[in-house]
Design a protein. Structure first.
Length: 384
């Protein structure tokens, strides 16, 4: 491998890196994909069993369009590999009074002709009697949205990319030194990987690789996720009876039982700073207590449900939640693709199309919201 010069080297085999490598190979480029721990490993932000794919993003049309395109590409991939990577559970929004986000979401979905149904609270109760609707004023269902099987999906992308000719290498990459043009990168075993272009899609490891540029601009945070078990034979918490659901104002979301994994629930609030290599991945008593209270409040039949699994992952937060997809300011041929910020998984296919197009056009048409220049050190979350 050391004697070969690739068109592109992609560092990071999470959802962004895997799809970028796959997309670049589809455009006939020679590509090497490198990851320290393996595709969708348990340290990665793309790990765990499932992720929500929704079209609703308030007034953020840029992400609604991206999610719509990504869902199409996820479904195409699932058909090609003959695996059920996407589950159409529907996504139910539980809206509170004077909550502008679901209102703006409905307006955007209407504008883009994306199917949804607005429900009076009584209709939500009739369709989904599992829910306690205290505090809920109305509901909205995205019938064509649902769940991506995260780990399996990323591994399927990588497997497909390898089948199409992408070379895969599992090694840690040393931080490059510059400035100027990067000719090669060095792995932990002292391999030299040469390429014309480099894409660093390393998620929470990005500020470790480029601390001078990204420290304070991408901040990994500790996030706890919990799975609870329904009673034997109780099908109320699995599709088609139970949708994926989001209570935006209460910062909580839930996914139905799938493949025996349990009912997933988590708080969508940024946790404390976290190191993806060395961080303790045991959930806290306080986190479990808060989630149990939310579970009991919204799904009272699960009040005493056993905890069957718990995980600690991480978000990789930019200052406001926008992605970071831009050239490195000191390397003419290095791209940074990250800042998933807790909502990025679903967008992997569209991010890959965007990055591949920028490489082909030599940076033409950079979206200002994705640029490094718009990433502040002071965090004010605006994208959810």
């Amino acid at each position: 491998m050391s004697d070969r010069i690739f068109d592109v080297a992609v560092i990071g085999a999470g959802v962004f890196g895997a799809w970028i490598a796959h997309r670049l190979r589809q455009s006939s480029k020679s590509v090497v994909l490198i990851d320290a721990y393996g595709p969708a490993n348990s340290r990665a932000s793309s790990g765990d069993e499932s992720r929500i794919i929704r079209m609703g993003y308030g007034a953020d049309e840029i992400y609604t369009r991206s999610a719509l395109r990504s869902r199409e590409l996820w479904q195409e991939l699932a058909a090609k590999v003959n695996e059920p990577l996407f589950r159409q559970t529907g996504v139910l929004w539980l809206a509170h009074e004077h909550d502008p986000y679901p209102v703006a979401t409905a307006d955007t979905l209407t504008k883009l002709a994306i199917p949804f149904e607005k429900l009076a609270v009584g209709e939500v109760a009739r369709r989904y009697p599992q829910f306690n609707l205290d505090g809920v004023s109305w509901g909205m269902i995205e019938p064509n949205s649902g769940v991506l099987l995260a780990r399996r999906a990323v591994q399927a992308v990588v497997s497909r990319a390898i089948d199409d000719g992408v070379e895969y290498l599992q090694e840690q990459v040393e931080a490059p030194s510059g400035p100027g043009r990067l000719d090669s990168i060095t792995t932990s075993s002292n391999r030299q990987i040469s390429a014309d272009e480099f894409v660093f899609a390393c998620g929470p490891w990005l500020p470790k690789i480029f601390p001078d540029v990204l420290s304070g601009r991408i901040n990994p945070s500790r996030q706890e996720v919990f799975y609870f078990g329904a009673a034997p034979g109780d099908k109320r918490f699995a599709p088609p009876l139970m949708p994926t659901w989001i209570d935006f104002k209460e910062e909580v979301y839930g996914l139905p039982e799938m493949d025996g994994s349990g009912i997933k629930i988590a708080i969508d609030r940024h946790g404390p700073p976290f190191d993806p290599d060395e961080g303790d991945r045991i959930v806290t008593d306080a986190g479990l207590e808060e989630v149990r209270n939310r579970l009991a409040g919204r799904l009272p039949a699960l009040r005493d449900a056993p905890l069957v699994e718990a995980r600690v992952c991480q978000y990789e937060n930019t200052s406001n939640g926008d992605f970071l997809i831009d050239r490195h300011p000191e390397f003419a041929n290095v791209w940074i693709a990250g800042g998933g910020s807790g909502h990025g998984f679903k967008h992997g296919p569209a991010v890959a199309e965007y990055v591949a197009a920028r490489i082909d056009r030599n940076k033409e048409g950079i979206e200002p919201r994705f640029s490094l220049a718009t990433k502040a050190h002071e965090h004010q979350r605006a994208v959810y």
